[in-house]
Design a protein around this ligand. Structure first.
Ligand SMILES: Cc1cc2nc3c(=O)[nH]c(=O)nc-3n(C[C@H](O)[C@H](O)[C@H](O)COP(=O)(O)O)c2cc1C
Length: 194
């Protein structure tokens, strides 16, 4: 097995779901956001917007709006995590980004077919950058699912995310309270044709 810093980081990064309360350093946030902007993008569009939120009241309000949004949310397919998230959101202690002190929302311009792909690549940069700085991270999908919920949407607009933007994804970032174990790699997912 070949090892180097990049490959080791790719193998060792895990999704964190228990964070410490303490905030991350400003220079770490800057480095993580800058890493996001170095991701590849279709035709070098770089049309994404990364909105980092660290204000406790704002984070609490987003969590509340998402909880409320899930009450009316009707999953548009049978993807189980959507249904599970809706059910979990009814619980009093529901927190969709695991009380992480920093949430980065990735949005992109409308009617752009690479919007999700570009933001997903940027998110992986965010996760690897966070990992390299000793921080935990997790991909957060709820704002994508509820991106068109009127109350969620208008609050995101208040935060400066353009109304017409596609809400692609979000990243929870913070110091790790509890390490996650590595899921087994599935067999048969690689083919090499020579
Ligand atoms: C598109 C996508 C959506 C995801 N959404 C969530 C999510 O909303 N909440 C969450 O806790 N994890 C989410 N994850 C993280 C996966 O559950 C996680 O990557 C997977 O279980 C493998 O674990 P690892 O990241 O530690 O290797 C998402 C991952 C991807 C790629």
């Amino acid at each position: 097995m070949i090892r180097n810093e990049v490959l080791d980081a790719i193998r060792a990064r895990r999704s964190t779901r228990q964070f410490q309360k303490r905030q991350i350093e400003p220079e770490h946030l800057n480095a993580i956001l800058e890493a996001a902007t170095w991701a590849p993008s279709g035709s070098n569009s770089q049309s994404w917007l990364f909105t980092a939120i660290q204000n406790e009241d704002v984070l609490a309000k987003i969590n509340e709006l998402v909880r409320e949004g899930f009450r009316h949310y009707i999953p548009d397919d049978d993807y189980l995590p959507k249904h599970a998230a809706k059910a979990r959101a009814q619980k009093e202690n529901y927190h969709f980004f695991y009380h992480a002190p920093t949430l980065i929302i990735a949005s992109n311009r409308p009617n752009y077919q690479n919007a999700m792909a570009d933001c997903a690549l940027a998110l992986e940069n965010i996760f690897l950058a966070a990992h390299s700085l000793g921080l935990g991270s997790c991909y957060i999908n709820q704002l994508h699912w509820l991106g068109n919920d009127p109350k969620v949407r208008s609050y995101l607009f208040e935060l400066g995310i353009p109304k017409e933007h596609t809400i692609c994804s979000a990243a929870a970032i913070g110091y790790i309270e509890k390490e996650s174990s590595a899921p087994q790699r599935k067999e048969g997912t690689i083919r090499i044709i020579k």
